[in-house]
Design a protein around this ligand. Sequence first.
Ligand SMILES: N[C@@H](CCC(=O)N[C@@H](CS)C(=O)NCC(=O)O)C(=O)O
Length: 320
Amino acid sequence: MKHLIDGKWTDGSPSQSVSPEHGVVHPGSFRRRVTRDGSSGFPIELNRYHLYVSHACPFSQRATIVWTLAGLAEAIDLSILDPRWVQSDGWVFGESAMSTKDNGGSGFASLREAYLASDSKFTGRVSVPVLWDKATRTIVNNESLDIIRMLNDEFAPLGAVKSDLYPGPLHATIDALNDKTNQFLAGGVYNVAGAENQAAYDLATSRLFGFLDELEQTLIKGGPFLLGGRITIADVLVFTALVRFDPVYVPLFRIGGKRLSDFPALTAFVRRVFEIPGIAETVLFDHILAHYFDSDWSIPPHRGIVPNLTQLTWYKAPGG
Ligand SMILES: N[C@@H](CCC(=O)N[C@@H](CS)C(=O)NCC(=O)O)C(=O)O
């Protein structure tokens, strides 16, 4: 996927937005923080900050869900990137049915320009989501986990809804689950897609399904959400990956053997989260399908790597 090197839009080898080598979601490069007291240099302020998102992207959807549930629509405005990522410019704006112009006040035509405005020699991926400061015209942060924690904690005084998706006593539990979700599910599907040999494919697949089995058991024993009675950001991370599971990851990322629908408790969980008021509006399948099936990037073919049939729930080899 093309990315910036020393401020120049350059062809690159990384074909996915996560690092297949490390099995984790590729971390963002801007890690500054907005704080209530302004001690970070970025104080909370009504309408000062802006979110650049793509409705296709699960990491962006983490942000739009938390933004919705915290009632931040009046405090932070959004720009929607066109779901079709293009080689020539990457993520682009446009007044179309599936995108907006740059509403962040700079008139950018592509997201790359926001990265270059923040650092003219930027080297790295031009990824969504981005938390942008309209006052200083710079990217504050482009790491979804940081962004959602800021939206929940720091921006709470500006929210129209009193909600807390990251309650203090659950921090350690949520962080631990989020690490696993990033590694085995949100990043794990890219490990399956990007596997270069059978062993890597089998390992990534068994880790992915092992993790889904764990989540399934958690919901059977507890629920209705992953950490009990209330929705937290841990649910948001799992939900945003699972809504893409059967429509995108199974066919396109070549996840073999099982579908989300083979996990009844997880399927019911996805439905439950989907029905929370405001969430359905963040699930835009036209954007999701356009991005994954009609962008200028593709998952390299990997001839000879085949799914493991032991994952098929109904199948038993004759005599086996
Ligand atoms: N660390 C990032 C990962 C974000 C990410 O990978 N976004 C993808 C879209 S789903 C992207 O913009 N990829 C473009 C690229 O990597 O060049 C986060 O969680 O915020």
